[in-house]
Design a protein around this ligand. Structure first.
Ligand SMILES: Nc1ncnc2c1ncn2[C@@H]1O[C@H](COP(=O)(O)OP(=O)(O)O)[C@@H](O)[C@H]1O
Ligand SMILES: [Mg+2]
Length: 247
């Protein structure tokens, strides 16, 4: 299997009031093609920081990140940006949709940024929206949508460009249980049907059950054990692992 993401002994320090704190201390992580990996950790454990390092939005204090075969530290800033656009679709807790653009326009945005012409790909975008249950909402603005519809729009935006990796940062954090479940099912389908990889970070045990592999971030590092293997994980197993780790 090919590794889409590999991190090697990743460190990230932050300075606060002249004090240096290590947020991540030696993170080793691999995500293979067509794999759904979940990293669980409590709030403030460095999950978002880890995704920023993997996508090249931020740089590690030490250690290496390979994204789609490239060692990010060997790339210039503009090469890193290009690599991110080509390799990563991002799904955020707070959706990050542009408020003045319709659903369709938001979904077409990555194509415009990549130099394409979303208006020539209307049929394909509409088919994608249809699949995500958004066809009727194609011309709505974000403020007219429910939370679930906003997150499904951002999943469409992450899928439209064909990037192999979806990074999902607490994607159900602002959703009802029902809308959250729909979002997780769509992320699972992105792996099973669209052959993408998903790296999900969350503190929600229900969400973790959709993954092929669940890893735990403790004191800034990913612990060797336990590692939960899906599919078909039970929420009780995730709770038991969290209790064992006292997180
Ligand atoms: N730019 C920054 N400067 C200082 N501290 C930061 C910065 N970004 C994050 N942190 C701190 O790093 C820790 C981990 O943050 P984060 O990655 O957002 O955690 P999580 O996503 O797991 O909630 C938190 O304690 C946060 O306050
Ligand atoms: Mg976070």
């Amino acid at each position: 299997m090919t590794h889409l993401v590999q991190t090697n002994d990743l460190y990230r320090f932050h300075e606060q009031d002249g004090q240096k704190t290590a947020i991540l201390r030696g993170v080793d992580l691999v995500v293979s093609e067509r794999e759904f990996v979940c990293v669980m950790g409590p709030s403030g454990s460095g999950k978002s920081t880890l995704l920023h390092l993997i996508s090249g939005l931020d740089q590690p204090s030490a250690g290496k990140v390979w994204l789609a075969g490239a060692n990010l530290e060997e790339l210039s800033q503009s090469e890193r940006t290009l690599r991110r656009r080509r390799s990563v679709g991002y799904v955020f807790q707070f959706f990050n949709l542009l408020p003045s653009l319709s659903v369709m326009e938001n979904v077409g945005l990555p194509l415009s940024i990549a130099g394409g012409h979303p208006e020539r790909e209307r049929a394909r975008i509409l088919a994608l929206l249809d699949r995500l249950g958004l066809k009727e909402r194609a011309h709505a603005l974000p403020h007219q949508l429910s939370g679930g519809e906003m997150q499904r729009t951002s999943i469409a935006r992450a899928l439209v460009g064909g990037q192999p990796l979806i990074l999902a940062d607490e994607p159900t954090g602002n959703l009802s249980q029902k809308a959250g479940l729909e979002v997780m099912q769509l992320l699972r389908r992105a792996v099973d049907e669209d052959k993408r990889s998903v790296l999900l970070v969350t503190h929600n045990p229900r969400d973790a059950c959709f993954a092929d592999r669940v890893l735990f971030l403790v004191d800034g590092a990913i612990v060797k054990e336990p590692v939960l293997k899906g599919p078909g994980l039970k929420v009780e197993d995730v709770h038991a692992a969290l209790a064992q780790l006292e997180i």
